[in-house]
Ligand binder design. Structure first.
Ligand SMILES: NC(=O)C1=CN([C@@H]2O[C@H](COP(=O)(O)OP(=O)(O)OC[C@H]3O[C@@H](n4cnc5c(N)ncnc54)[C@H](O)[C@@H]3O)[C@@H](O)[C@H]2O)C=CC1
Ligand SMILES: N[C@@H](CC=O)C(=O)O
Ligand code: NA
Length: 438
């Protein structure tokens, strides 16, 4: 082990709130790696208490550390609060109290951060405490620290990726084995990927919270979850997956945050979560299971890709412990982690005005002039067509149209108008598209 002379700081006393999937792994690693962590932090990092709902349900944990009174544990003689309960209430008040009293906070709670990071940072500033949350987005992947620190000197233009493991696990299974939605979701819960209420995953709330956090850090602007356009995967059907497959594409739930420049040159931020069809050759198309991957584009750095385990107890605990060592080091050496950076305050662009591309798959009457009629509706909405594929059946035909970029509202209106045409039997699948086909 490293010479003990480097571990001469005052013991850092840690309160752990919540001991479920992630908390249990944090408690295990903190105990098993105590000496290593002390050497890295420069001081012993000691688990001073664990708040759980039912202490009698945790015979595996050191009984003298357990309490069911999280508020009292926060107020006790601890230096750092590690919050792994989740949700907004009552956690928000506990963390505000901790920060105002100078106790640093490490949390994986994206739902809380996506709505209340401004007041949490303000509380941290009032006492000089630290607020770290690497585990809140893309689990084990170091992503927030690069955005907050490594790229602080660059101008980020886009952050796009898969940031919800549960939905990626489900979509990957639907695509590869044709497995059913419900059974795959149960499996994701059993493996510890899904949120306590998995509708947060499948309806896109979790990915929207993460998009809000990413957009805030990338664009130095306060973006909350309610600013993020959100669509989940519950409407992704077997027909959508089949339509994608037929064209060499796959379906992924993406969080997309980008700087958008208006015609007047004014910049705004677009933050959105929705299913996307990607060419199978796209690097994000091959991200399977609960893995996450995020592309960051910046003016000077160019394109960066971050990839790894986005969910699960041990991977998430890795990010939590990394933050804990950072916080402990700051205490030992007297420094402080980054504060909120929201100086740019760019406006958030409504989804309708955000440029997107659509893939539209139609079942149409198989007679002359149908393609021209459909094309006319696109033209009437000033949506330009990038590619068309027609396949004849008996007395109907399948028509697949991929558009160029157009305002999302214009695309939506086009699809609505097409659905009402006499020659269109059915709008089989509509999905946004990213990436170029090879
Ligand atoms: N599971 C994962 O893969 C990831 C989870 N996260 C986040 O980490 C946090 C924890 O997630 P999980 O460990 O998966 O959740 P979990 O549901 O397994 O664990 C939460 C624990 O908190 C306990 N709890 C609830 N109210 C409490 C109270 N008043 N006092 C003490 N304990 C209380 C629950 O009994 C439960 O054991 C959440 O914010 C989640 O969004 C972040 C990244 C990945
Ligand atoms: N439920 C989340 C857990 C990690 O953030 C997910 O599936 O990604
Ligand atoms: Na992370």
């Amino acid at each position: 082990m490293t010479a003990m002379s480097t571990v001469d700081g005052k013991t850092v006393r840690v309160a752990l709130l919540g001991c479920g999937t992630v908390g249990a792994e944090v408690a295990r690693l903190l105990t098993e790696q105590a000496d290593e962590l002390a050497a890295r932090a420069g001081a012993p990092v000691e688990l001073a208490g664990i708040a759980v709902r039912r202490p009698d349900k945790h015979p595996e944990l050191p009984q003298h550390l357990l309490t069911n009174d999280a508020a009292a544990l926060v107020e006790s003689d601890v230096d750092v609060v590690v919050e792994l309960i989740g949700g907004v209430d009552p956690v928000r008040e506990w963390l505000l109290t901790a920060l105002r009293k100078g106790k640093s906070v490490v949390t994986a709670n994206k739902a809380l951060l996506a709505e209340y990071s401004a007041e949490l940072f303000e509380a941290a500033d009032s006492s000089g405490a630290d607020l770290y949350f690497e585990a809140a987005v893309a689990g084990a992947i170091p992503l927030l620290r690069p955005l907050r620190e490594s790229l602080a000197g660059d101008r980020i233009t886009k952050v796009m990726g898969i940031v919800n493991g549960t939905t990626n696990f489900i979509l990957s299974a639907m695509d590869s084995t044709g497995a059913g939605y419900a059974e795959t979701l149960d499996e994701a819960s059993r493996l510890g990927y899904a949120e306590a209420d998995p509708t947060a995953d499948v309806d896109g709330y979790d990915a929207a919270s993460k998009a809000a956090i990413l957009a805030s850090l990338a664009f130095h602007t306060r973006v909350t979850a309610s600013d993020v356009h959100r669509e989940g995967i519950s409407n992704v059907s077997a027909s959508d997956i089949a339509a994608a497959k037929a064209l060499g594409r796959t379906v992924k739930l993406l969080s997309i945050c980008e700087r958008v420049e208006g015609e007047d040159g004014a910049e705004s931020v677009s933050a959105r979560v929705h299913p996307v069809m990607l060419p199978r050759t796209h690097p994000l198309a091959n991200v399977g299971g609960a893995f996450n991957a995020v592309f960051v584009e910046a003016d000077a750095a160019g394109s960066l890709m971050f990839y790894g385990q986005g969910a699960g107890g041990a991977p998430t605990a890795s990010a939590v412990l990394g933050d804990l060592v950072a916080v402990a080091r700051n205490r030992v050496l007297g420094g402080r982690g980054p504060r909120e950076s929201a100086h740019a305050q760019l406006p958030v662009r409504p989804m309708g005005q955000t440029p997107t591309r659509y893939h539209v798959s139609l079942d149409v009457a198989d007679k002359p002039g149908v393609l021209a009629q459909v094309a006319q509706v696109f033209a009437a909405h000033e949506v330009s067509i990038a590619a068309v594929r027609q396949r004849d059946r008996h007395d109907t035909a399948s028509l697949v149209i991929v558009t160029h970029l157009a305002p999302d509202a214009a695309l939506e209106a086009t699809v609505e108008a097409i659905g009402k045409m006499d020659v269109v039997n059915e709008v089989v699948s509509v999905m946004r598209v990213e990436g170029e086909d090879s």
